[in-house]
Design a protein around this ligand. Structure first.
Ligand code: SF4
Ligand code: FES
Length: 208
């Protein structure tokens, strides 16, 4: 594979063809935030929090570092006033869905995002797609998917599949940057078996 020489935040970087900017940045210790990326999944480009500025042949543009491939002589900036503004706005929109997400709150602090800029939405999902893609691509179970469009878009478990596959898995729970996933699963469980006497005990001292 041929070597690609580029610059990231002023550092000379030797990358290989096919690498993304994000991968190249990590080789030299430059950190770029991500929310919809997972090492077992192909990049998806949903959250755009990894936005960086690239300059190639005199033209500047903002691209998603997790998707954009390295190019010869590319000049990349991962942190600037403009990028901070973009990340701040993205975070403020996501926080309207998931105000209690620790991951989002930590990024909000880093980029000066206002936790209450936008009116709160009922859906806690930020549409990163991690759960849906992990379930389909890694677990090959397809137990959940997106429903609705636009602001109402959210994930939903498919009861028949979830009843069979999810109880012993739940690997997607820890991938979710918000509390959406666990809540959706609990809901589908409750709807599927409202008076399920076979459910495992909750483990606390209540009478359930
Ligand atoms: S439920 Fe969580 S993991 Fe799934 S798409 Fe929404 S935010 Fe991402
Ligand atoms: S991490 Fe690149 S778009 Fe989400």
């Amino acid at each position: 594979m041929s070597e690609i020489l580029l610059q990231i935040d002023g550092k000379d970087v030797v990358a290989t063809e096919g690498m993304t900017i994000l991968e190249a940045a990590r080789t030299v210790g430059v950190s770029i935030p991500t929310l919809c990326l997972h090492e077992k999944l192909d990049p998806y480009g949903a959250c755009r929090i990894c936005s960086v500025e690239v300059e190639s042949r005199g033209r500047k543009s903002v691209v998603a570092a997790c998707l954009y491939p390295v190019e010869q002589s590319l000049v990349v900036t991962t942190r600037s006033e403009k990028l901070d503004r973009i990340r701040k706005s993205l975070l403020e929109m996501m926080l309207a869905h998931a105000p209690d997400s620790e991951q989002l709150k930590a990024l909000a602090q880093e980029y000066g995002a206002d936790l209450d800029r936008f009116e709160k939405h009922a859906s806690f999902c930020i549409h990163c797609g991690l759960c849906v893609r992990y379930c389909a691509e890694v677990k090959k179970a397809n137990a959940l998917g997106f429903i609705n469009r636009g602001a109402k878009k959210e994930i939903s478990f498919i009861p028949e599949i979830a009843a069979e596959k999810c109880w012993d898995c739940k690997e997607c729970f820890e991938l979710c940057p918000t509390s959406a996933l666990q809540a959706a699963y609990v809901l589908i469980e409750a709807l599927a078996s409202p008076a399920d006497t076979d459910s495992p005990e909750c483990g606390c001292n209540c009478s359930s």
